[in-house]
Design a protein around this ligand. Structure first.
Ligand code: PMP
Length: 367
């Protein structure tokens, strides 16, 4: 490994070094054809191979059943906040959808969906995004077209370690920030989407996995690039797809496969996140993670320093010190402050070890 800055960013995030080397090696001359993937026609045979390989790897890694379509779309997770209701709100007559709102990203998705149908938030509103409301308190609507939740709230560090019971209603999940960080039983979902720029590649492409029978019900005004039936029917090639981002994803998926697949990623991600949570839990209240123990994210760990409210001067000192040691992007999201450590698949045990040692030292110096 070439020594590089250690990137704990929430996304775009660290990529495996071998992926960067491979992309570098192939940049000027992809596979002996004398041009770059950046310059390649999306209708060429070479690109067809790239997108097919990407889809096949994804199908293999997630065990995606035959009756699901896989799409590679533009517009990020945010485009899917609109695409999901535009395509699925009309699955049932009532044109309503149930949402679990457990953080910034599901809140944004619910707000966007209100443009296209009735949105029911099916649990008591949370005062702060630090827990998942008890499933016993949920009030699902059997007439809802789908139930929506965000599997990992990137800003607040709240992650579902269970699949919500949708009572037979189509289940939709935003897995942008924990996609391929652990195994998933795709057959429990109607639709899963994930932006690539955290666990599976770089910005520009969003994966959508959708059950075939849900296609074809889009609202009339659905923009054609967001129409799942059109995009799936054309193998994501209705218009020019984000070719290079798909290529990078294929390299990352290959890397995940070579490193043991989603089960191995999960094992490693548990170890990595435990290393940080153990320090937080053992710090006597110096480091404080506000998230309930039952739903602490393995991907994004938000915490304050110097007590619950956070001592901003101390937090700045922590960030400056980290930066001097070559660790960057540890600043918490501007809406919550404090620190956030993102530990996506490409972040290594060694990377986390450096941070853990620094956190222990900082604790000793300042508590
Ligand atoms: N969902 C989640 C869980 C996210 O973390 C993000 C981005 N951080 C988004 C959606 C939005 O993604 P994008 O910026 O690609 O639109």
């Amino acid at each position: 490994e070439k020594k590089r800055t250690i990137n704990f960013g929430a996304g775009p995030a660290k990529l495996p070094q071998s992926v960067l080397f491979e992309a570098q090696r192939e940049l000027l001359d992809y596979n002996g054809i004398g041009i770059s993937v950046l310059e390649m026609s999306h209708r060429s045979l070479d690109f067809a191979k790239i997108i097919n390989t990407t889809e096949n790897l994804l199908r293999e890694l997630l065990n995606i059943p035959e009756n699901y379509k896989v799409m590679f779309l533009h517009g990020g997770g945010t485009a899917q906040f609109s695409a999901v209701p535009l395509n699925l709100i009309g699955l049932k007559e009532d044109r309503c959808a149930d949402y679990l709102v457990t953080g910034t990203w599901s809140a944004k998705a619910a707000k966007e969906a209100e443009k296209y149908g009735k949105v029911n938030v099916i649990h008591p509103k949370l005062g702060s995004y630090t827990k998942i409301p008890d499933p016993g308190s949920w009030t699902p609507n059997p007439s809802a077209s789908y139930v929506y939740y965000c599997c990992n709230e990137t800003v607040h560090g709240v992650e579902f370690d269970f699949v919500p019971d949708a009572g037979g209603v189509v289940l939709v999940s935003d897995m942008s920030s924990n996609f391929l960080s652990r195994p998933v039983d795709v057959s429990q979902f109607g639709l899963i989407f994930a932006g690539a720029q955290k666990n599976v590649g770089c910005a520009g492409v969003t994966v959508v996995v959708v059950r075939e029978d849900l296609l074809g019900k889009a609202r009339k005004e659905c923009p054609i690039v967001l129409d799942y039936e059109v995009q799936a029917g054309n193998g994501s090639l209705y218009n020019t797809p984000p070719c290079f981002s798909i290529y990078i994803m294929s390299l990352v998926l290959e890397w995940i496969k070579n490193n043991g697949g989603t089960a191995a990623m999960e094992r490693l991600n548990k170890q990595k996140s435990n290393m940080i949570y153990d320090i937080i839990n053992g710090s006597g209240g110096f480091y404080v993670c506000p998230v309930d123990m039952s739903c602490r994210s393995r991907m994004n760990i938000p915490f304050r320093i110097g007590g619950k409210e956070g001592d901003e001067a101390l937090e700045k000192k922590f960030l400056d010190g980290a930066s001097k040691l070559g660790m960057i992007s540890l600043k918490g999201h501007r809406s919550v402050g404090g620190i956030r450590v993102s530990l996506y698949n490409a972040v290594t045990m060694e990377d986390v070890g450096v941070l853990a040692a620094y956190m222990k030292e900082f604790l000793q110096e300042h508590q």
